[in-house]
Design a protein around this ligand. Structure first.
Ligand code: MG
Ligand code: ZN
Length: 220
């Protein structure tokens, strides 16, 4: 337990350093958390396309191994850096700090950090982001918010993905939204399909607004 606390304290220190670097460059950062297969990368691919010409995106792809997701994002033209955690089930602030050195921060408005697929411990590690967002797919079930309350509580936004599957599952969208709100009354919730584009107007408008807050903060 002492070790865990030391680890989190060291992480917080590194996260503050990341936040300082991001602030200095006027970059806003979003840390995306969700299970493997929740549709995080697909959400990002379509988001990058939708925000072209509006917001300059940078992406950090966290994975235990492979560069597959970074290759997918690179095809969209966004600046992307892959971080392989070498077995670790979450990103930590040190890994993100190293990735920041490889990104042209002066050309980025919004940095999206896709965490390792895992609905549990990524929520405990501050990476220096402005906000965490949880991604939950229709395929995973509408009962997850109350089963993983710490994650939903740590996040300022929740994105329900794969709404095109709603007719093929028992997922109750209304129930899921109510469960998320029961865990966290201050969270903003989006329903999306990265296949059909449903919900992307709202999600991307909110993201653009979120990204612009950084620029306004710098007095531009
Ligand atoms: Mg992914
Ligand atoms: Zn972990």
């Amino acid at each position: 337990m002492v070790l865990a606390q030391d680890l989190l304290r060291a992480n917080s220190h590194l996260a503050s350093g990341n936040r300082e670097i991001l602030d200095r460059h006027g970059v806003r950062a979003l840390n995306i958390i969700g299970s493997p297969g929740a549709g995080k990368t697909a959400l990002l691919e379509r988001t990058v396309e939708a925000l072209k010409g509006r917001v300059r995106l940078g992406v950090i792809e966290g994975d235990i191994s492979t560069t597959r997701d970074a290759e997918r994002i690179a095809k969209t033209g966004a600046q992307v850096v892959q971080v392989n955690t070498g077995g670790n089930c979450h990103l930590n602030a040190g890994m993100v700090g190293q990735a920041l050195e490889k990104l042209p921060l002066e050309k980025i408005d919004l940095l999206v950090i896709e965490n390792v697929g895992n609905l549990v411990c990524p929520a405990a590690f501050d990476l220096g982001e402005d906000l965490k967002a949880v991604v939950l797919s229709v395929a995973e079930g509408d009962d997850k918010p109350e089963k993983y309350p710490a994650t939903f509580l740590a996040c300022g936004a929740a994105v329900i993905t794969k709404t095109d599957l709603l007719g093929h599952t028992d997922f109750d969208l209304k129930r899921c939204v109510e469960e998320i709100r029961a865990v966290n009354g201050n969270i903003i919730i989006f329903s999306t399909s990265s296949r059909t584009g449903e919900g992307f107007d709202e999600w991307c408008a909110w993201l653009e607004d979120f990204a612009l807050k950084g620029r306004m903060g710098r007095g531009e």
